[in-house]
Design a protein. Structure first.
Length: 194
């Protein structure tokens, strides 16, 4: 467990301020952690990781807490020569383990926020790529095994998926796309069993 650190922000009330750590992003380049501090009205702040070149940069998407108790996220760019972003796990030691790097041959990069679906896999979409396939939808298990689910045609389907996928009661994954060359945006559905 991480212990409280130095800089604090007062919560709305000093009563009942306890519970698990909450994580977010700072400056696009470092992760921070806030945890209940011993003092009743204080929350602590600490940078727990600064990203190196081969880990990715600009982690813009929100982090998720997966069923294995680990925190997962996505970096929008970098991750090594020619790489277009990464999917990573933030370890208990505050180190980052890169589980996947997006290569130009995959047709996409800059992954959006991840979703852990009911089958335990992580799902997401990227919002950049190379014409005519500007983006992809993908799935990955918690060990880092990666598969493409769909390659979007940027002219007729989707050039820029936006936000996190959601899992419907029917088991399909749903998402939106802000634009393509020949439309003003779409909502789409993907079968996670593909």
């Amino acid at each position: 467990m991480r212990t409280a650190a130095k800089l604090c922000v007062k919560p709305p009330s000093s009563e009942g301020q306890s519970g698990p750590a909450a994580r977010g992003l700072v400056g696009g380049l470092a992760l921070l952690v806030c945890a209940a501090a011993p003092a009743p009205a204080q929350w602590s702040y600490d940078v727990v990781h600064s990203f190196g070149t081969n880990e990715g940069a600009s982690p813009q998407a929100a982090l998720i807490l997966a069923s294995d108790g680990q925190v997962y996220g996505a970096a929008c760019v970098d991750g090594g020569p020619g790489v277009r972003g990464t999917i990573f796990r933030l370890e208990d030691t505050d180190a980052v383990t890169v589980l996947h790097t997006f290569q130009p041959s995959e047709g996409g990069g800059c992954p959006e926020e991840l979703l852990q679906a009911s089958d335990g896999n992580l799902y997401g979409a990227t919002n950049i790529g190379s014409p005519p396939s500007f983006a992809v939808a993908f799935k990955m298990d918690l060990a880092g095994n990666f598969a493409l689910l769909h390659v979007f045609n940027s002219y007729t389907e989707c050039a820029e998926p936006t936000g996190r996928l959601v899992e419907g009661l029917d088991g399909f994954l749903y998402g939106t796309c802000s634009r393509a060359l020949y439309n003003n945006g779409i909502a789409y559905r993907i079968d996670s069993a593909e």
